[in-house]
Design a protein around this ligand. Structure first.
Ligand code: GLU
Length: 457
């Protein structure tokens, strides 16, 4: 059936979020699949704001998903707001009533002053069978649905009605959405048949499960507001790449896809029935791959964006960041981790002279301050004599290694490293010194020496 539709009609897909909350990351997948499918077939991708519920719909939530899709680069070809289409729905309601497909029904109000009339669909009570391109044939006995309500009144149509009218009016050929909508499909098909709309191709994407395959908590990564991923420094292309693989597979081992590659590779045939697991570790891995491949300019821009202001505004920030970038980029899975590193005190010492207790400079149980000074001075003199071209990790190591070997590695390298970082854990002293540069390295060694020097005068 899809083959036929394709050969005769231009593909039109749509994504239809309701602006009743901050858009969840899990909801991205349907938007992406509709977008990919339309792009692949040179079709049209519609974004439709389903804001017919006047109480729950909020402009801020509409703005939220618009901002999200802009960040992700999922551009729509047309945009509609259901709240602006009341007249269209009203004319369909009138027509349906005139043709005997719907009727105004007297109701017993549920509460004082409640509604005494609604508009109900005249259900022919048959069995609806439809083909789903992912799930196969599905049959529903619709008699159990009764004459369901399609509008509260002529100006307040409900979801099933508006979806069907819009999909028809907008020429939608393919409906790709989550499996939670399978049970809505028979009602929608009944309405289609009543208004004489052709049946689109359906493809219901698999359920998305969380990592524990358990019930979702509010903080589950799968139901988090999607822009939190932007705010934590995920790469939009990486998030899309990850979402694409939740419920679709390329049939190959390939896991990293650029957007053009995704458009090329995507097909409804390769969407899967069985539940897909939202695995945050996999997202982390994919994101890391994107960070590695990113243009250096963008890497630096993102580092800057996530660097706390106190560090970013230091006079030699740019210069040090240049040296530090490879280490940082190697360590992080998403850029927001930089903030955590700063909060843990893992970064500040690269930029500012660390404060520490001077006893910490001693290796293990040693307490001989004269010896300590002698060693620090020797390290300092050796480095001072080192030409700047060889002030590299290897060059520094080569210059100090024989001394460290003869005196004891811990005895030399621990105080040196502590003087440079002020921390029990940090990169090795050769790397630290090369990152800090000659001038700052010598200053920090002098600072450490001065801590003890006074007591020897
Ligand atoms: N507005 C519906 C929702 O937010 C989607 C309707 C559809 O995709 O058919 O779940």
């Amino acid at each position: 059936m899809s083959e036929q539709t394709l050969s005769t009609k231009k593909v039109v897909t749509r994504f239809a979020p309701s602006p009743t909350g901050k858009f969840h990351v899990g909801g991205l997948r349907s938007a992406l699949y509709n977008y990919l499918y339309a792009r692949k077939h040179g079709g049209t991708y519609i974004l439709r704001c389903e804001d017919t519920d006047p109480i729950r719909s909020k402009k801020e939530y509409e703005d939220y998903f618009l901002e999200l899709f802009k960040w992700l680069g999922i551009e729509h070809d047309a945009y509609y707001r259901q709240s602006e289409r009341t007249e269209i729905y009203r004319s369909y309601l009138n027509k349906m009533i005139a043709e005997g497909h719907a009727y105004v029904s007297k109701e017993q109000p549920k509460e004082e002053g409640g509604r005494t009339e609604v508009i109900r669909f005249k259900n022919p009570n048959g069995v609806v069978t439809f083909h789903d391109d992912v799930l196969g044939n599905i049959s529903f006995n619709t008699a159990e649905l009764g004459d369901f309500i399609i509008a509260r009144d002529f100006d307040s149509p409900l979801y099933h009605l508006t979806v069907v009218i819009d999909d028809f009016e907008m020429g939608v050929t393919h409906i790709i959405r989550g499996q939670e909508h399978v049970s809505n499909t028979p009602r929608q098909i009944l309405i289609q048949e009543a208004i004489g709309a052709p049946r689109p191709t359906y493809a219901h994407a698999s359920i998305i499960l969380n990592n524990e395959r358990a019930k979702l908590s509010k903080r589950d990564p799968l139901v988090r507001p999607a822009l939190e991923y932007r705010d934590e420094g995920y790469v939009p292309e990486a998030l899309l790449n990850f979402m694409a693989l939740l419920g679709w597979n390329p049939g190959t081992e390939q896991e990293i896809f650029s957007m053009p590659e995704l458009i090329q590779a995507f097909s409804i045939e390769r969407m899967q029935k069985q539940g897909a697991v939202f695995n945050p570790e996999k997202l982390e891995w994919i994101n890391k791959e994107y960070i590695k491949k990113m243009h250096p300019k963008r890497q630096m821009a993102m580092l800057d964006e996530f660097m706390p202001e106190a560090i970013r505004t230091l006079p030699d920030y740019k210069e040090k960041r240049e040296h530090l970038a490879p280490i940082l980029l190697e360590r992080i899975g998403h850029f927001g981790e930089i903030k955590e590193m700063v909060a843990q005190g893992e970064l500040a010492y690269y930029f500012i002279q660390p404060e520490y207790e001077k006893e910490k400079l001693f290796w293990k149980d040693e307490r001989d301050s004269a010896k300590l000074i002698e060693r620090l001075v020797r390290v300092s003199d050796t480095l001072s004599a080192l030409p700047s071209e060889v002030f590299t990790r290897e060059g520094i190591k080569e210059a100090l290694w024989p001394y460290a070997e003869s005196e004891g590695r811990g005895q030399i390298l621990w105080p040196m490293r502590y003087a440079l970082s002020g921390r029990d854990k940090s990169p090795d002293p050769f790397q630290l010194a090369s990152l800090l540069g000659k001038k700052e390295t010598l200053e920090r060694l002098a600072f450490a020496i001065a801590l003890y020097h006074d007591q020897h005068e």
